[in-house]
Design a protein around this ligand. Structure first.
Ligand code: HEM
Length: 237
């Protein structure tokens, strides 16, 4: 089989979904870790986002990380395009294949709703990129203020976060985005590992447990960010 045939086959598409999915999971670990620095303000009220701003500045200033960002966007686009193609293929197969509808029997609803959950995450991502990535990377001269720590000037992304999360509707949208992410990961995490070849019973059990923990804990920490800022548990004053 040629490479071009492999990538357009069902198995090839599943592989692309699994590899890009695992790559996006590793991005989520870094993203949640850096953003969790905002919680330093709960321990030290004088922090005012300093720890987070320094971490975000380090990520933005490194050329390696900026290059990886291009890979990240490519990964997101590939994951979305292949996801829609697989979804369309599965739908037409289901129409052809079964004279009797299976109804909701068989597998959990979120396994069959990966396309819908992915679309909700995509809508969340569009708003999210407009909220933070665009001001941070493109329009920063007019949309971000500057702070200085020990004479080191940098963008005050934390103040942007505090400004964005004053709006209750935005906070609700972020919570819904995190919910969709949790459900999407609940199936996607372990499915990616299966596709790349984890079939051993013991390893599968481990992947399943870690997957459930990851799918709940990571979106929960993300959701706590807008909530903590909205309720003033994390502030910049
Ligand atoms: C809910 C809490 C979240 C907060 C407060 C948050 C905050 C941010 C901030 C401040 C940036 C810009 C960072 C910079 O200055 O470079 C950013 C970028 C980004 N976020 Fe989030 N984020 C959250 C959740 C998520 C989730 C759940 C996803 C994925 C499903 C996500 C995906 C991205 C992507 C793709 C970028 C652009 C790439 C990058 O800058 O590294 N974020 N986020």
């Amino acid at each position: 089989m040629k490479w071009s045939e492999f990538f357009t086959s069902s198995v090839g598409k599943k592989f692309v979904m699994a590899f890009t999915g695992l790559f996006l999971i590793s991005f989520l670990i870094v993203h949640v870790g850096i953003n969790a620095c905002i919680f330093a303000d709960m321990v030290d009220p004088d922090d005012n986002g300093e720890m987070f701003n320094k971490a975000a500045h380090f990520m933005g200033a490194s050329y390696v990380i900026r290059l990886m960002e291009i890979g990240l966007f490519a990964g997101i686009i590939l994951h979305i395009v292949q996801g829609y193609m697989l979804e369309a293929q599965n739908r037409s197969r289901r129409k052809e294949g079964y004279a009797v509808s299976m109804g909701s029997k068989g597998s959990a609803w979120y396994k069959k709703s990966m396309g819908l959950l992915g679309t909700l995450i995509l809508l969340f991502l569009i708003v999210h990129i407009a909220h933070f990535w665009v001001p941070s990377r493109i329009t920063y001269e007019t949309t971000l203020s500057e702070v200085s720590y020990n004479g080191n000037a940098m963008h005050d992304v934390f103040s942007k976060m505090v400004e964005v999360f004053q709006n209750g509707y935005v906070v609700i949208l972020y919570i819904l985005g995190c919910f969709s992410l949790a459900w999407h990961l609940l199936h996607g995490f372990q499915s990616s590992f299966r596709t790349v070849g984890v079939h051993n019973k013991k390893w599968l059990a481990l992947v399943q447990s870690v997957g459930i923990g990851f799918s709940i804990i990571v979106p929960l920490i993300f959701a706590l960010m807008p909530i903590s800022i909205f309720f003033g548990w994390v502030t910049n004053s």
